[in-house]
Write a protein that binds this ligand. Structure first.
Ligand code: OXD
Ligand code: MN
Length: 584
């Protein structure tokens, strides 16, 4: 009898009509075959085999360089279930509209069936997905980003417990591009894009949008969070999860080389983008990283900002839309060297400065996680790692101080729900516009965000030892527009304060928005920072916060009666605390 997987593959092949169907085994030989296909396709090249062994550069279609949020839909039974922050199509309408585009889309092509595990192969928290795709680049990327092939087929056996995802490049026309999710059915369809989160269906589509729905149904959490371990003197490691919007430095923080290493503080990487978390018997929320690789933003990454990843990506790495030097090495803005002569830009053309950036601002590297020297010995622990702190953050030129601690879980959920950030190149659209991005999940929550806030509030009541909740902002600027905080490896000073607060230490002062470090609370030895800059970094300016509260109120209005009362109450409490602090 055919297995549920074979039945789904047959059904998918009847729709897309490929010339052949290949089940992937995840072997190195298969990876090399995929690379061979990519090279034959003409949009990929092999990089310098001496300095970048087994590394390749792929150039995506110039109209297909970032996630397209406006073409991404949650197709739940009702519009209300998707909520006001998601695009919605009714499931039947979506099946018809996208089904038409998928009908015969793989004629003349091979359909690769990619079984994969999200999470460590042995972990009970992990889940199986299967992606059917006509893109060898997607197959190669999935092999780096997940535990793919035989290991997943074996875990699945004859079970129907997998999330199916159908992906076709279609004709790459943005007018015929859709990324649609069916949360009730736990099904994903994507057509018309070969890029990142639109096409690697294990990442944003399954590990966040579909998984967030599963997590709510099953009482766990699927979050857009890095996971790091902060080692302190004596060797104890405290784990933290941090949610920042796309391209706001999650990878750099997760892989940071600490400037306090000589004092015994060191950062270990468990994950850089997604955390799946479940309450464990010890009362802590335990996190696994569902991914096996890093799909990081290349521009701005260099020896100064992320030496660990720079060391990691000199072998077995797939680059996308970076520039290439005359000696066939990858290059991008911010790598640390000036543009060398003979540079080829991300479109494959000879570059000069009149042509804009040589690498696309959302150019990426896809690298196996275990190549990073910072990878935690616990990164594949089947029981996950216990989380002691959550850190929310974004890019804010003003308003948010360097770091603050919420008063309690409910207030922390409010802090996450009111997160905002200036937009980046990770998604198509304007860059630098401040937008509300609750828990960095705005583009990734597979259901109504008001219900998502309720889920967070409910989890807080169930976790015996809940993480403390903090907010950080590395991006505050002075009146001249200069960054006030050096960032990168110096961020360990903030993590150290967070650790001290988790342990019931750490000097703090109370403000209406929460606890900020006391003026002598941060370890600043060896760092040149003026008292004035420090005060500005920690300042809570009532005028800025008044505007902030108006804006969050407007944002919350979208959710109508579905917004949990607790969120409304926190808003009122915040206003009252400001009134008390600044009497009229
Ligand atoms: C990512 C994103 O690629 O958030 O991780 O866009
Ligand atoms: Mn991300």
């Amino acid at each position: 009898m055919a297995s549920p997987l074979e039945n789904w593959v047959d059904e998918t092949a009847r729709l897309t009509k490929p010339d052949r169907v290949v089940y992937c085994d995840g072997s190195e030989a298969e990876y090399q075959r995929m690379v061979g296909e990519m090279l034959r396709g003409g949009d990929s090249v092999t990089l310098n085999e001496k300095t970048y062994p087994n590394c390749h550069l792929h150039r995506s279609s110039p109209n297909d360089v970032a996630r397209t949020e406006h073409l991404t839909f949650i197709c739940s039974a009702t519009k209300d279930a998707a909520g006001p922050t998601n695009n919605w199509m009714d499931p039947e309408g979506a099946k018809n509209r996208v089904g038409e585009l998928l009908d015969g889309a793989m004629r003349g092509r091979t359909m690769y069936v990619v079984p994969y595990i999200l999470g460590p192969a042995s972990s009970p928290l992990s889940k199986v997905g299967v992606e059917a795709t006509d893109s060898p680049y997607v197959v190669a990327s999935m092999r780096i980003m997940s535990r793919m092939g035989k290991v997943a087929t074996e875990r699945l056996g004859s079970s129907s417990d997998f999330v199916p995802g159908l992906h076709s490049l279609g004709d790459l026309d943005p007018l015929r591009r859709y990324i649609v999710h069916f949360p009730e059915e736990k099904l994903i369809w994507s057509v018309g894009s070969g890029y990142g989160g639109n096409a690697l269906l294990g990442k944003k589509c399954f590990a966040l949008r579909i998984a967030s729905v599963m997590a709510r149904e099953q009482g766990w959490m699927a979050e857009h969070m890095l996971i790091l371990g902060l080692e302190s003197p004596g060797g104890k490691v405290t784990y933290m999860g941090a949610a920042f919007p796309s391209a706001c430095g999650k990878t750099n923080l997760a892989m940071m080389v600490s400037t306090l290493e000589s004092q015994g503080y060191r950062v270990w990487t468990v994950g850089d983008d997604i955390a799946w978390m479940k309450i464990a018997e010890d009362g802590y929320l335990h996190a696994i990283n569902p991914e096996a690789g890093f799909f990081g933003v290349a521009p701005g990454t260099g020896m100064k900002t992320n030496p660990n990843v720079m060391g990691a990506l000199t072998k077995n790495t797939l680059f996308t839309n970076t520039a290439m030097t005359a000696s066939r090495e990858p290059w991008w803005e911010g790598i640390g060297d000036p543009p060398p002569a003979g540079l080829i830009n991300w479109k494959g053309e000879p570059w000069d400065s009149s042509k804009g950036p040589a690498a696309h601002p959302n150019a990426r590297y896809t690298v196996p996680a275990n190549q990073s020297p910072s990878i935690s010995p616990q990164w594949e622990a089947s029981e996950g790692v216990p989380i002691s702190a959550f850190i929310f953050g974004g890019r804010r030129a003003r308003t948010a101080p360097l770091v603050y601690e919420s008063f309690d879980w409910q207030h922390g959920v409010f802090v996450g729900a009111t997160m905002a950030s200036e937009t980046t190149a990770a998604a198509t659209g304007d860059v630098g516009v401040t937008r509300r991005d609750p828990m960095a999940m705005l583009p990734f929550c597979g259901y109504n965000m008001a219900d998502y806030f309720s889920h967070w509030l409910a989890m807080g009541k169930k976790i015996p030892k809940p993480p403390k909740i903090f907010h950080v902002n590395w991006f505050r600027r002075d009146a001249d527009g200069k960054f006030l905080w050096p960032g990168y490896g110096e961020n360990v000073r903030v993590l150290k304060w967070i650790l001290e607060r988790v342990e019931g230490r750490g000097a703090a002062q109370e403000t209406p928005i929460g606890y900020v470090p006391a003026i002598n609370g941060l370890t600043l030895d060896g760092l040149k920072i003026s008292d004035e800059a420090l005060r500005e970094l920690l300042r809570v300016n009532p005028e800025d916060w008044e505007a902030e509260m108006d804006d969050t109120k407007d944002f919350f209005t979208k959710f109508g009666d579905r917004l949990p009362d607790a969120i409304r109450q926190e808003h009122e409490k915040l206003a009252r605390r400001f009134q008390r602090a600044v009497p009229a």
